[in-house]
Ligand binder design. Structure first.
Ligand code: MRU
Length: 371
């Protein structure tokens, strides 16, 4: 996507030095556009853990490059594989919910097995990290092309009058390598001239909606309005939302959708008001191993200070202020799980399907377990 007319991905290899990975440091958006250099796997772990990068696809791509940086540091002797196993463990522990992370790390470990020497393995790690990033961008582009058909249909039903779409958190290009998931069909529809308006949930406590989705939409010139997280239900009751579209950090092969906390409440309100609720996700966010989304998806609990404090621009400086009584306890469950009965359909890179095992496997038959 473009920032001030210049094309960017969210992660790339430095043009000056292949041993440096560059990321957009999202902690400073929307106020400052900062690019950070990653030189080591530990820096990749910090970037994921402290949310310099975030969003399932981008976390996966960063982990892929983190493994490449680990391979560069690994000794060229028999301890190479052990070094890589240790790096893999650290990366996997950096954030628990997005399944793209472990998928990327395991893919790197498995691919490097093909290398016959440390330098061969390093070359493989570089290639695989690039493949993971390119695939993520490719999948998201397809999701945009497939998802736009739903928007076109709804717009036709409204005779081309403004279509109001509600989204939660940030599932735009910043959460992936490029294009995004929930926002990819929106960008595609906008480029096709469909009249759209996006309701953007602010998404407490980290405000990915107010800070990141709004910044993206502003850059792409898509009309939007930021709303407090609790407003969606009211808007739906008054016919002001035609469709909800969100991303997902992990979706089970049975159709349970884990996404930023608060998504479930939007899905409930959508069901109650007959508003279609879509989750857009690449197959790299599908967990093929687990079935019970409530019991088995690990829900990250983050620092309560993210709830107690809020950050913003004050006289040109980014500042953090305390919102709550000084001694308040706070809980910070970062994700929730929406059950399939509340999901109208999933939008993937291979097509649109019902949120159930049979329909998902019809799109991805190679994932069928063969005993
Ligand atoms: O905690 P984050 O910002 O990494 O959360 C991930 C998300 O951006 C969302 O949950 C999003 O809606 C899904 S897109 C990967």
């Amino acid at each position: 996507m473009k920032v001030n007319g210049k094309h960017f991905r969210t992660i790339w290899v430095s043009g000056k030095d292949k041993k440096i990975i560059r990321i957009i440091d999202q902690r400073y958006l929307p106020h400052k556009f900062v690019v950070e250099d990653l030189h080591s796997p530990d820096e990749a772990v910090t970037a994921i853990k402290d949310m310099h990068v975030r969003g399932a696809g981008l976390i996966g791509a960063t982990a892929g490059y983190g493994m490449y940086l680990a391979a560069l540091q690994a000794p060229g002797d028999v301890s190479f594989d052990r070094h890589m196993e240790e790096a893999a463990e650290k990366l996997k522990a950096s954030r628990p919910t997005a399944v793209n992370l472990s998928l990327a790390v395991d893919r790197q470990l498995a691919s490097m097995q093909r290398g016959r020497s440390a330098s061969g393995k390093r070359m493989i790690a570089f290639k695989v990290a690039g493949d993971i990033a390119d695939e993520d961008a490719g999948f998201c582009k397809k999701i945009g092309e497939i998802g736009v058909t739903i928007i076109e249909e709804l717009s036709r039903k409204k005779n081309g009058n403004t279509l109001n779409i509600l989204t939660h958190c940030n599932a735009g290009w910043l959460a992936f390598v490029d294009y995004g998931t929930a926002m990819a069909p929106v960008y595609e529809a906008h480029s096709r001239g469909i009249d759209l308006h996006i309701w953007v949930d602010e998404t407490r406590p980290r405000n990915q909606g107010a800070g990141l989705t709004a910044w993206e939409l502003e850059n792409q010139r898509v009309p939007y309005t930021i709303i407090p997280d609790n407003t969606g239900g009211h808007l739906m009751q008054h016919g002001m939302v035609d469709m909800v579209i969100v991303g997902s950090d992990r979706t089970t092969c049975t159709g349970y959708v884990a996404n930023k906390t608060g998504t479930y409440l939007k899905a409930l309100a959508a069901k109650d008001n007959g508003v279609p609720f879509y989750a857009a996700l690449p197959s790299t966010s599908i967990d093929w191993q687990i079935e019970d989304g409530f019991a088995e998806i690990p829900i990250e609990q983050r620092d309560p200070d993210e709830v107690r404090y809020i950050e913003g621009l004050c006289e040109g400086q980014i500042k953090r202020v305390l919102l709550t009584p000084a001694g308040s306890r706070a809980a910070n469950y970062a994700f929730d799980v929406t059950p399939p009965r509340l999901v109208t359909a999933l939008i993937t890179e291979r097509g649109i399907c019902n949120p159930d095992r049979k329909s998902i496997l019809k799109l991805f038959p190679e994932k069928e377990k063969r005993e």
